[in-house]
Each structure stands twice: as C-alpha cells, then as structure tokens.
Design a protein around this ligand. Sequence first.
Ligand SMILES: NC(=O)c1ccc[n+]([C@@H]2O[C@H](COP(=O)([O-])OP(=O)(O)OC[C@H]3O[C@@H](n4cnc5c(N)ncnc54)[C@H](OP(=O)(O)O)[C@@H]3O)[C@@H](O)[C@H]2O)c1
Length: 273
Amino acid sequence: MASIMKGSSIFELQTFCLITGASRGLGRTIAIRFAERFPAGSVVVLMARNAKGLDQTKSASEVNNPAVRVRTVAVDLGAVDEDTLRQNLGKVVKELGVSAGDFQQACIVHNAATLGDVSKNVTQHVSTTDIRKYWDVNLTSVVALNSVFLDLFPQGKVQQRVVINISSICAIQPFRSWSLYCAGKAARSMLFRTMALEEPSIRTLNYSPGPIDTNMQLQARTETADPELKTLFYDMHENGRLLSTEESASKLTSLLEANSFENGADIDYYDIK
Ligand SMILES: NC(=O)c1ccc[n+]([C@@H]2O[C@H](COP(=O)([O-])OP(=O)(O)OC[C@H]3O[C@@H](n4cnc5c(N)ncnc54)[C@H](OP(=O)(O)O)[C@@H]3O)[C@@H](O)[C@H]2O)c1
C-alpha cells in the first residue's frame, strides 16, 4: 500500500508517539514540541534511563497541551531484550486502557544515542565487551524496539505509521577518533533506508539535526582524541556556533508538518531553508 497521508501534517492525526532519549537534550525538546502539536487523545511515551529527567520532560510537555497524555518508561536500551521492550510498552498501553485501533497514527522517534569512547582510534578499540555494548545501545535496541513498536501498531489498525531516525553528518562523513559513532550512525541510516524499501507504507525519515549544544557536544569537545576535531568543537562552542535544541527540533517539526520528504530520505538541518 502506498503512503496514504503524504502531504498532510503528521500533527493532524491522533497519535501514539514513542520518543527515545527524551530525558534531556534534543529528545526532550522534540517531546515538548511534538506533544504541543498532536491533537487531543494522543499519547506521548518518553523513554530513557534517567527517570527524573523523563519526569521533567513529561511536566514540560503536559503544560503546553494537557489534552495529550504523556507517560515515561525508564529503561536502559543497552540492556534490554525484546520481551522487556514488549512488556514495557504493553504496560503503558494497559495502564492507559488503549489499543492500536484508538489511534490514527503511530510514530516512533529513535533519538537515543551515545557518542561512545571517542578517546581512541579504531585500531585501539579492542574490548569486545565495550564494542558490543556500543552496538547494543545504538543499533540492536533500535532494530528490536522498532519491530516491537510496529508490531503493536500493525498496518491497517492505524492510518499512518511514521518512523524517524535521528541521524548525523557522521552517517556519511568519517570523523577521526569517532569510529564507533560514525559506523553506528551509518548503519542506522542504512537500516531505515532498507526499511523504507521493504515497507513503503511507513513514512520513514533520517534527520541529521546539526551540531547542537547538548551533553553530547560537551563530551565531543572534552574527550575527542583527535586534536583538530577537538579544537573545532571547542571553537564552535566558544563562538556560539552550536544550534539550540529548539532550532533543530523546529526544523524537524517543519519537515513533518510538510510531510513531503521521500521515504527513507536522509535530510540534514542545513538542507532545510
Ligand atoms: N548534539 C549534537 O551535536 C548532535 C549532532 C548530530 C546528531 N545528534 C544526535 O541527536 C540525538 C540526541 O543527542 P543529544 O545531543 O540530545 O544527546 P544527549 O544530550 O547525550 O542525550 C542522549 C539521550 O539518549 C539517552 N540514552 C543514552 N544512552 C541510553 C541508554 N543506554 N538507554 C536509554 N537511553 C539512553 C539519554 O538518556 P539517559 O542518559 O537518561 O538514558 C539522553 O536522553 C542523538 O541521536 C545524537 O546522535 C546530536
């Protein structure tokens, strides 16, 4: 079935929306901006490890739109299996007393990510435990959560399913000492480009949010091994050249309001006028 809703804002539909990495940074702002746009009866579920951070995002999201119910799920995406993911989402659905048929749209935002150990070049990554842990958080959980979520909202039960992957310039450009991050972002982008071919009815977007002033950038300018890259991030911060989470989230919401992107497209903050 071809995408049926292309061209109309995703925010017009009553939606069950899951956002990962919503305890701080870009994920928090995405949650607040999405929650204020969805119509009454929508549900926004926030996922990350830090329960306090999730609660703060929940409060900020509810203030703007009390007609949207917001729930939190505190979970370590690097240490979950598919059953735990299913149980966690099942618990939210049960507690709210809803089912897939109550919504016009299901939307998942894969925002959670880690920079990983950027103090090493690729030839210095040797601990299989650490390497596996990195893929677990940044890749394995993304694939499994995506499947569990889409299974909860099968085609036909909702009018539209939307999958958004928060990507990075690092998906297409190598950065010295950022090998795991670059490889993870490249893999994530390809996973969703493949899904877009396999599942043309799902609106699938890879969005690269630009350099944003968050904890991840703090780690970038303090822990990056490559001296040139470290200086670049330091200078960007010093000279006020980092974006705010508001600026980046606002471009994402504009993209989703227009809803005219090609399925599986990789769109960068700087591509959007
Ligand atoms: N900042 C940038 O310049 C930049 C540039 C390009 C792309 N991005 C991308 O934008 C997205 C958001 O990044 P950000 O800058 O907002 O980073 P951030 O401030 O570090 O936030 C990362 C989020 O991911 C969650 N997370 C990390 N590990 C997790 C785990 N094991 N289980 C569950 N949740 C986990 C964190 O929550 P907990 O710690 O509470 O678990 C947090 O909510 C990421 O995909 C990042 O790659 C950022």
